[in-house]
Design a protein around this ligand. Structure first.
Ligand code: AHR
Length: 349
């Protein structure tokens, strides 16, 4: 320091000013949620009435641990997150866990090591997250859940959960069936293709559906098995349902992809999907809408995958130190075959 001449000192001061402004305003200079986090990308706002300088080159870093690429819904969800992060100017670190919890945990740990500003993820299954969530919390990195919930009793481990009400989706599917068969005296045999075992949508869509159909004793679930949210598994399991059961009246699939796989199995068995077997599914992706408009799916409960804009807003709010709702529920509708046909030309995903 002693050796620094006037010019050197000026340069040093300028550099320090730059560093201070970059550190103090990494996230708009108002980050309280992650203010003293290990990420070191933000610091408490200076005790000054001067507004913090705008960050010149420090981008917000968001680590996102995705479930996988198991369905059309997931592809649309991934695209929405990538596009929204780019539009927000965030540096997105994205990983695909291939439907494996251990891969997601690894990805989250690597985001903690990389000291990202915020971690977001869509948990493959509901249980087993407390340890890694605590690691993120100890590192001062806020976590946002999207799409699927965790069953942690300590809700301080995450900032918010943005996504659908899966129980309500199951109820909507069940209610359509109850209404359809309200005047029928015969027994209606239902087979169910569940989503990934242990995942929030599989658990909740089953719960909501059962809750509603029990009002009609004629509605009976005669077989229920996981199809892992994929077309291939939906096809395989439907084939075994058809082999084992003489009379199947209804298929309830927890997502469109499994319903689409099952439709192939039903057609291969010489039956007409949508007529010989009534089909209800969840999601409302384009391929599901096409099948519905052809009369092969009778009723679709929508699950909206376009969570990117809401997630980026939540990231910004958390970094700005704003209080955000612990639960942000996505709005969605339901579609009969006719409604799906009418909506198909405008369907974006
Ligand atoms: O978590 C949402 C579910 O996951 C969607 O319904 C399904 O298609 C996806 O794979």
């Amino acid at each position: 320091m002693k050796k620094a001449g006037k010019l050197g000192m000026s340069l040093l001061m300028a550099t320090m000013l730059l560093v201070t402004s970059a550190c103090g305003s990494g996230n708009g200079g108002t980050n309280t949620a992650g203010a003293d986090n290990a990420g070191g990308t933000s610091a408490p706002a200076a005790a000054s009435s001067e507004p913090a300088a705008a960050p010149a080159d420090k981008k917000v870093t968001l680590g996102f641990a995705q479930v996988g690429a198991e369905s059309g819904w997931r592809t649309a969800n991934t695209n929405s997150i990538k596009e929204s992060a780019a539009a927000a100017g965030y540096d997105l670190k994205f990983s695909d866990a291939q439907q494996k919890q251990e891969n997601q945990i690894k990805a989250i740990r690597s985001y903690i090591q990389q000291k990202v500003d915020v971690i977001a993820f869509s948990p493959v299954v509901e249980s087993g997250w407390d340890t890694v969530l605590k690691e993120a919390k100890d590192a001062g990195i806020p976590v946002i859940l999207t799409d699927r919930a965790v069953d942690s009793s300590d809700t301080s481990l995450y900032e918010t959960f943005i996504g659908s009400d899966f129980v309500e989706e199951g109820r909507r599917a069940g209610q359509w069936l109850v209404d359809k068969y309200k005047d029928s005296a015969e027994e209606i045999n239902i087979v169910e293709l569940q989503g990934t075992t242990g995942s929030a949508p599989a658990i909740d869509r089953k719960t909501g559906f059962e809750e509603v159909i029990k009002s009609n004793a004629n509605l009976k679930v005669i077989a229920s098995q996981t199809g892992d949210f994929t077309r291939a598994k939906g096809n395989e399991v439907m084939q075994s349902f058809l082999k084992a059961n003489k009379k199947i009246d209804v298929l309830y699939a927890h997502n469109d992809d499994m319903a689409l796989g099952a439709i192939q199995a039903i057609e291969a068995a010489g039956l007409k999907p949508g007529e010989d077997i009534i089909i209800i599914s969840v999601d409302g992706v384009k391929d599901g809408f096409i099948a519905a408009s052809e009369g092969k799916i009778n009723f679709i409960v929508e699950c909206n995958p376009l969570l990117g804009p809401q997630l980026m807003q939540a990231v910004q709010d958390v970094l700005d130190g704003k209080t955000i709702e612990k639960r942000i529920v996505t709005e969605e509708g339901v579609f009969t075959s006719e409604q799906a046909k009418a909506a198909l030309p405008d369907r974006k995903y």
